[in-house]
Design a protein around this ligand. Structure first.
Ligand code: HEM
Length: 467
């Protein structure tokens, strides 16, 4: 793990270089790759990946192209997107509960769902959730205020709890209908198992071959599906009784959603899968953006003070426009997502052969865009390993190539909840820094580990200090 305050560029001498596993000096053996993929996929990247625009090779996964050239990424995700479908490995990782949801469906079914769901996440719809997000953030801060000064605690489950709380409030504004902790525990168990690389997945064994983690999560999945079905049934009864009084939360919008071209609504299975998708895709990702921001701020007290001053001013105005006032807060979150991208890689399978960055890519090749690599690429960033939120302040932000920075993906399959996530992260972070100056315990350097999302291994201990 590399961690130091030193910087080669004197202008950035005061900036921190937060921990990151050093790249491998040369490619690993098949066995070592398999072992590391299960333990921590970001540790498999070699120095060449961070220095070359494209690397094509053969691995135990078959032919693989790791693409970090922005123009080539644009070709994969936008210009020739029809040639790149979501690959089987990714689908196996996410599991069957999400298979009817927007993240996993393909072709016409995806187009119809995307058209139907886009109105849930327009800037106006997202701004309308700002008040609820602020309430959840205030509840978190109020709980922390009751803790003694100097208390060491793990912020990871605290923030993950807050983002789950926000999803609960924005999905089901009339409550979960049962003890929330009875709901969230099996949910957390289930999502913990989703996204762990299983050797059977990597070896491409058929779907009926048992997966250890998957079996453990089976009970939690049944509970989750039953609980969501009960919430949907309760809402349908409410709407039947009093259509005008139905809450305008995400569930209400999902039930009303229609494909504008065909007038078709979602099937019950699609509604359920999209609830699971929003929770699965939107809960830990957003939490990790906030968690890494808090960690980085603890290393850069000057930025923490700037954000606290910004929060003092911005949070006093109307809630629905406060995210627009949190300019420096957003720059810190964006820099945190550059250094620690919550989604650390995306992959596609080439349907037909193509040429990327001047190299021939064969049909069937697994094309990987790794945000972990891309966001620290030597050809694309100045001092890539340093924490410098100025990169994302207005004036500098516009100069970043659209395809060099992809925390939310790009093209037709760009994250549908991106604006929701950025607003939520900004509101949570602003509420926290307005009241607290969290510190990292002396000598502690969190290790980033990729499990679908990129999180600090074993949580993130911090010390509570009131501002
Ligand atoms: C900081 C938080 C988030 C990050 C970093 C993130 C990242 C991403 C990325 C990289 C993709 C594209 C994947 C690909 O092309 O293979 C994606 C897609 C998606 N995200 Fe997010 N996401 C976040 C929050 C959310 C939230 C809050 C929601 C919903 C409430 C959400 C729902 C989705 C869905 C449904 C898709 C699939 C879109 C499609 O295929 O049409 N995400 N996300």
């Amino acid at each position: 793990m590399e961690f130091s305050r030193a910087a080669s560029d004197p202008a950035r001498a005061a900036f921190v270089r937060p921990p990151a596993p050093p790249p491998q000096e040369r490619p690993l053996s098949a066995f070592a790759t398999l072992r590391l993929l299960r333990r921590n996929p970001i540790e498999t990247w070699t120095r060449a990946h961070f220095e070359q625009p494209i690397l094509i090779g053969r691995t135990i996964l078959g032919p693989i192209a790791v693409v970090s050239d922005p123009a080539a990424i644009r070709r994969v995700l936008v210009d020739n997107a029809a040639n790149y479908r979501k690959d089987a490995l990714q689908k196996r990782l996410l599991g069957e509960s999400l298979c009817d949801g927007l993240l996993e469906v393909e072709g016409e079914a995806w187009r119809a769902q995307r058209r139907a769901l886009a109105p849930l996440f327009t800037p106006r719809a997202v701004a309308a959730f700002a008040g609820v997000m602020a309430e959840a953030a205030a509840a978190l801060v109020a709980r922390w205020r009751r803790l003694p000064e100097g208390r060491r605690f793990d912020v990871q489950p605290e923030i993950a709890g807050a983002t789950l709380d926000i999803l609960g409030r924005t999905l089901f504004s009339d409550g979960l209908g049962r003890d929330a902790s009875a709901f969230t525990r099996p949910l957390t168990d289930f999502f913990r198992s989703v996204g762990t690389f299983d050797p059977f997945d990597l070896l491409d064994l058929p779907d009926w071959a048992p997966r250890l983690g998957r079996r453990r999560s089976g009970k939690a999945l049944v509970f989750f599906e039953e609980a969501v079905d009960a919430l949907i049934a309760r809402r349908r009864r409410l709407v039947a009784r009093n259509p005008a009084g139905a809450p305008r939360d995400l569930l209400g919008l999902l039930l009303l959603a229609r494909d504008p071209e065909t007038g078709q609504g979602l099937t019950p299975a699609e509604v359920r899968a999209n609830i699971a998708t929003f929770i699965g895709a939107g809960h830990e990702t957003t939490a990790n953006a906030v968690i890494w921001s808090l960690y980085l701020l603890s290393l850069a007290p000057d930025w923490r003070r700037r954000l606290a001053a910004e929060a003092d001013a911005a949070l006093s105005g109307p809630a629905d426009s406060c995210a627009a006032r949190l300019v420096e807060t957003r720059a810190v979150i964006e820099e945190a997502m550059r250094l620690y991208p919550p989604v650390a890689s995306m992959s596609r399978e080439a349907v037909e052969f193509d040429t990327l960055a001047g190299r021939r890519v064969r049909r069937g090749t697994l094309v990987v865009v790794s945000q972990w690599v891309l966001h620290r690429h030597r050809l694309l960033w100045d001092e890539p390993d340093l924490f410098d939120p100025r990169r994302f302040l207005p004036g500098a932000r516009e100069k970043i190539d659209r395809f060099a920075y992809l925390p939310l993906g790009a093209g037709p399959r760009v994250c549908v909840g991106g604006a929701f996530a950025l607003q939520e992260a900004a509101i949570l972070l602003a509420h926290i820094v307005r009241d607290f100056a969290l510190e990292t315990p002396r000598g502690h350097a969190p290790k980033p580990v990729q499990r679908v999302t990129l999180r600090p291994d074993g949580g993130l201990p911090m010390i509570l200090r009131r501002r």
